[in-house]
Design a protein around this ligand. Structure first.
Ligand code: COA
Length: 412
């Protein structure tokens, strides 16, 4: 049985800022944000575009696009680290707003940016186990990355939701179930204590934790993939080159450069049997352009979407390259601070170009509005219960108010 991502849909905040303008406003060389971090633009949600509203909008689009029979949905999981309540999950709001059936499991999964992958794997394994009995799952990644004005993390904020229909015989990506490498550890690299809207991050340490986890996860995946005959050594001896593309979780797009160079270095070390193999920077840059760069386009437009980052990478890659990648295997690396990680792989399906095209991501991104840095600061200063009084667009959802601790949403 093949299981994986059949279709997907997105929702992003209506407003964004240019990172070059943010740099100038902060007295920083714009090249630091554009070249150093790899981001061009950053989504700016107002309190009306909270995690629930973004998730519900993405699911509405998914259901519209696919026309899936709602009674066949047996599982709804929202991966998020910026939920709106300590007890009531985002998924429960989404179920109510979309009028989804009661006869299904509905819950959130949280482990920093890994929550979406936890949801995706749970859904795939639920279907593969036979327990789903022909039913399908909806997995949503929805998050708002917020660090605050003037902080080191400020240029790495962002937001967005991506909803995925997970089925048997998927039309976008068949996951190599049972072939995945995980690594986890108890570390304080990034966290958000109760009551805080802004995350706390030890950014440089987090990069170290990410690379350390990547190395362990990748080696574990590689051993399993070799055993299952999914990859074979290629001329240069680097197993990662058996993968047509590799997509990395990116808190900022430049992280993917560091990640891919790390994988290449550890492969050379493993081949040489010692830990100081020399890397040719020209070869590294060439491999990166060929295997990784194509997945960063959408992430560079919205900034960090936490749980959604990896899957916005998949979307960005397949929007432009799905035809050429049909029937080819790609690798994916998910990282959640704290930390847990997973390297897994899947095969791009022949209908992927059409299914990803249906999401209309380029048009959705093109319809956004650019705002000034002054306007961005005003939006960031709004209280969480003070959404801008704006009507949602057709098919969209917005938080209207919070009354008596209950969140009231309106549909467009
Ligand atoms: N032109 C080009 N590049 C420049 C530059 C310039 N004028 N000035 C700096 N840079 C480069 C730096 O060399 C660096 O690149 P490198 O790491 O490849 O060497 C990059 O820009 C960032 O500079 P740095 O000094 O490290 O930035 P910083 O101390 O302000 O912090 C982060 C950057 C990413 C650590 C910080 O924004 C952060 O913590 N963000 C949150 C990350 C996160 O969410 N992590 C969650 C876990 S996944």
């Amino acid at each position: 049985m093949t299981v994986g991502i059949d279709s997907l849909a997105i929702a992003v905040p209506q407003r964004y800022i240019e990172l070059s303008e943010l740099a100038r406003a902060r007295g920083v060389d714009p090249a630091k944000f554009i070249t150093g971090l790899g981001t061009r633009r950053m989504a700016v949600p107002d309190p009306g575009e909270d995690t629930v509203a973004l998730a519900a909008t993405a699911v509405h689009r998914l259901l519209d696009q696919t026309g899936v029979d709602r009674s066949r949905i047996g599982l709804l999981i929202v991966g998020t680290e910026t939920g709106v309540d300590h007890s009531k999950p985002v998924a429960s709001h989404v179920q109510g707003l979309l009028g989804l059936p009661r006869s299904m499991r509905v819950f959130d999964t949280t482990h920093a940016c890994y929550g979406g992958t936890a949801g995706l794997m749970t859904a795939c394994e639920w279907i593969a186990s036979g327990v789903a009995k022909g039913r399908v799952a909806v997995v949503v990644c929805s998050d708002i990355a917020r660090y605050g004005v003037g902080t080191a993390g400020e240029p790495t904020q962002g937001a967005g939701a991506i909803a995925m229909l997970v089925t048997e015989a998927p039309r976008i990506l068949a996951i190599d179930l049972g072939v995945s490498g995980s690594s986890s550890a108890d570390v304080y690299d990034f966290w958000r204590p109760h009551g805080r809207r802004e995350a706390v991050v030890d950014g440089h340490y987090s990069i170290e934790c990410y690379l350390d986890a990547l190395g362990e996860s990748y080696r574990s995946w590689r051993a399993q993939a070799r055993e299952r005959g999914l990859i074979s050594p290629v001329a240069t001896g680097l197993s990662s080159e058996s993968l047509a593309r590799v997509i990395y979780h990116v808190p900022f797009p430049k992280m993917a450069n560091k990640a891919h160079a790390h994988v290449m270095r550890l492969e050379l070390d493993d081949a040489a049997g010692h830990a100081d193999a020399a890397l040719d920077p020209v070869v590294v840059a060439g491999r990166f352009e060929q295997q990784v760069a194509g997945s960063l386009r959408v992430c560079a437009e919205i900034g960090n979407a936490y749980t959604g980052s990896l899957y916005f990478g998949l979307l960005g890659l397949l929007e432009s390259e799905a035809g050429a990648l049909a029937n080819q295997r790609i690798g994916m690396f998910s990282y959640g601070s704290g930390c847990v990680s997973e390297f897994f792989s899947g095969v791009v399906q022949r209908y992927a170009a059409r299914m990803v095209g249906d999401a209309g991501a380029s048009a959705i991104l093109a319809q956004r509005t650019a705002i000034t840095i002054e306007e961005y600061e005003q939006v960031l200063a709004l209280a969480a219960d003070a959404p801008l009084p704006i009507a949602p667009s057709p098919g969209g959802y917005r938080l209207e108010a919070i009354r008596d601790h209950r969140r009231i949403y309106v549909a467009g």
